[in-house]
Design a protein around this ligand. Sequence first.
Ligand code: BES
Ligand code: MN
Ligand code: ZN
Length: 505
Amino acid sequence: MHTVHKTPAIALTADTSSDLDADLLVIPVFEDDDLADEAGLDEASGGVIGAARSRGEFRAKPYDVFVGHLEGWKAARVLLVGLGLRKDFTPDRLRRAAATGGLAARQRRLTRLAMVHRPGTSVAPDRAAQVMAEGVILANFDGAPYKTTELPRVWLDSVTLRVGGQGKDVERALDRGRILGEASNLSRELCNEPGNHLTPRVFAERATEIAKGAGLKVEVLDETRIDELKMGLLLGVARGSVEPPRLIVLTHEPKGAPTTPVLGLVGKGVTFDTGGISIKPAENMDRMKDDMSGGAAVLNAMAAISRLQAPVRAVGVIPMTENMPGGKAVKPGDILVSAEGKTVEVLNTDAEGRLILGDAMWYARQRGATHLVDVATLTGAVVVALGKTTSGLFGTPDWWVQQVLNASARAGDRSWPMPVYDDYKELLKSEIADFTNTGGRAGGAITGALFIEEFRGNLPWTHIDIAGTAWAEETRPYQPKGATGVAVRTLVELALDAEAWGKLT
Ligand code: BES
Ligand code: MN
Ligand code: ZN
């Protein structure tokens, strides 16, 4: 297997564009933009840039690109990247523009990149440094590690950024961007791994390596320990597979941090979801290798939280299993008893994520969590509701959901609030147990969330359904097909903002 991502050397500069030494100079351009601050650019391009703009060949719509040659500048080529209208500019546009620049450079087999942040916008130099670093690192990712026939891969080696300011804050923000970019890529790497390679045991090994590298405490609970803890929901799902389940527990205990709050992050870790006895149709079942995206997000967010020394305690819990239709598999109508004692009638074995998350939420509480967030590729219904670029956000109370929403906006992970009214609870009524594991087609994403809510033990809780967003079906200028790394940066931004948590109540 090939290496799938590399972090380039990233440095800050104050040089004028003509002095930036790189293979490719990336200049973001607004639709309403006279480029007056980039003196001499049009001349250096031999008038090609001005002509392309007036002819409408390059209109600077978001992530449009245009390449020109430069005479007399240190960089031999320039790449203009469209930012859309100035009034619509956000840090996320800049992040994506940086990713677009990085991917365009690699496609042209160029390895030394320079990029500038345009002056006079609402995005401060430190924010710019962070999101540009994230963007170029996200671009330095390869989604086809098992291809043996492609040309040698080209990686960005060095990146020089001009963000309109320098100093400690900007350096710190750059570092944050570096760590967030790397964590996102590590998460994508795991999500892209096929189910035959990445079993629960292998995931646990990889998690141990990643955690140790980041200075996190890690424990891996095996099937015996899971049984001792009476996690009947996790064990119930795991019964159908010859691969044993695992429960990964990660703890971040920064010195001097107050004993509360403790952020509890819980991630669905199904390394392959066949549906079990309620088996899925063959078409697109291969996609179900990424059903551990929530677990990968929690793992890599915890690693980044540790690397960044976030001044808040955090515990990450990742239940890992396959969902297979083996001879001992759980059957529709079976009753499972959760570690908490609540009983569940399994009406559909394909609604396995909520089952394993129920036990994991309980365990996160046992380990001291005071604020919960779970992340899961939970329902096809959320894809129907919100499509493939926005995650569904559920939870209670509202101020905690708002915190997570804010964090996701800063992270560039789009998400949108969905209702969790009590009315929907009826749909989970069981004749013989406390509740069922499915509520039917209508409101399917909501009943999935409400099932998990049963295990929040009255703590503030948010559920992020990433079934639509964990995997990109189409290539975009800023993102290749495949795993997206969604939710990693959201969880880290949330942890870094812990001081603000109480303030919205
Ligand atoms: N892992 C799937 C959800 C999913 C669907 C993720 C599509 C990514 C893309 C989950 O375990 C599942 O199968 N959910 C069922 C629940 C239903 C049986 C209540 C679904 O959405 O169909
Ligand atoms: Mn399923
Ligand atoms: Zn699943």
